[in-house]
Design a protein around this ligand. Structure first.
Ligand SMILES: O=C(O)CCC(=O)C(=O)O
Length: 273
């Protein structure tokens, strides 16, 4: 999947770019099945709170799993897929590390959105265009089920953030929403947005669940060694490209690069295939 010059320019200028059909039908079905398995087995946690940032919500659900790669060899393999690496390096540069992976699932009717924020309010890299999220629409993402919204051209100013009372750990900001764009995506499409881009999702008002799978990538020159060795939340941070990349061997103890197609085929075969 080659990004066009226009797509790359759009990311650099506006801070985001949507890429329809990034994952094919088989890949998308494999991700849907695996995320259903994770939900079925209770791995997703409801981070929604009742307005005070502490009390667990009883009527709203913002289900998350972070990191997810411990629980899914498919999710672990995806960032090593050549088309992902090609797209990400074109957008942010060489010597890329996987920072984080995360599932966000909004059940039908009770699913709650994630408030406005800039990822760099958490991650604090010096150049917000040198880190990007790749948010994969696991199901069709529409206005009605709370798809992603972004504020264009706002990536270069850090907004003040405060604790979000509707989540047990999120922070939030208050950008100029009149400038926001709503990005509807078919399942398997992706939205790349840099660490500085304000974004949010809405409530799921439909009867069916909607999930997003988000990976965050950054360039090695935005970090120091402590990023790899300390202060983690138990998440390996595999070096994906550059001289220290080992195809995942150093971080996972086995080579993950090159396993994506087999993982997708295995998922299509179902249990034990
Ligand atoms: O899917 C969501 O609700 C929010 C996703 C998000 O904030 C992110 O990927 O950084």
């Amino acid at each position: 999947m080659k990004l066009t010059h226009t797509q790359i320019e759009s990311f650099r200028r506006h801070g985001y770019v949507a890429v329809p059909g990034f994952f094919n039908a088989a890949e998308t079905a494999a991700l849907q099945a695996d995320i259903s398995r994770l939900k079925r087995n209770g791995f997703l946690r409801n981070v929604a709170t009742a307005g005070d940032g502490k009390t667990p919500a009883t009527t709203k659900q913002n289900l998350q799993l972070c990191p997810a790669n411990f629980y899914s060899t498919l999710i672990r393999a995806l960032p090593f897929a050549p088309k992902v690496l090609e797209a990400v390096t074109h957008l942010i540069g060489d010597e890329v590390t996987l920072h984080l992976d995360q599932i966000f699932l909004k059940p039908g009717k009770t699913g709650m959105g994630t408030a406005w924020h800039q990822d760099n309010a958490y991650f604090k890299i010096p150049q917000p265009l040198r880190g990007t999220a790749m948010w994969i629409a696991i199901h069709d993402a529409t206005v009605a089920n709370g798809t992603m919204r972004v504020v264009p051209d706002a990536w270069n100013s850090a907004l003040p953030h405060e604790r979000d009372g509707n989540s047990d750990h999120h922070i939030r900001c208050f950008p100029d929403e009149t400038r926001a764009e709503t990005i509807e995506l078919k399942a398997g499409s992706v939205l790349f947005f840099c660490y500085g881009t304000p974004h949010c999702t809405g409530d799921n008002t439909t009867d069916t669940e909607r999930a997003g799978l988000a990976y965050h990538f950054l360039c090695d020159d935005q970090t120091d060694e402590s990023f790899y060795n300390g202060g983690r939340i138990g998440n390996p941070r595999p070096r994906l490209t550059g001289p220290k990349a080992s195809g995942g061997f150093e971080e996972y103890g086995s080579v993950i690069a090159g396993t994506w197609d087999a993982e997708v085929a295995r998922a299509a075969g179902g249990r034990g295939a």
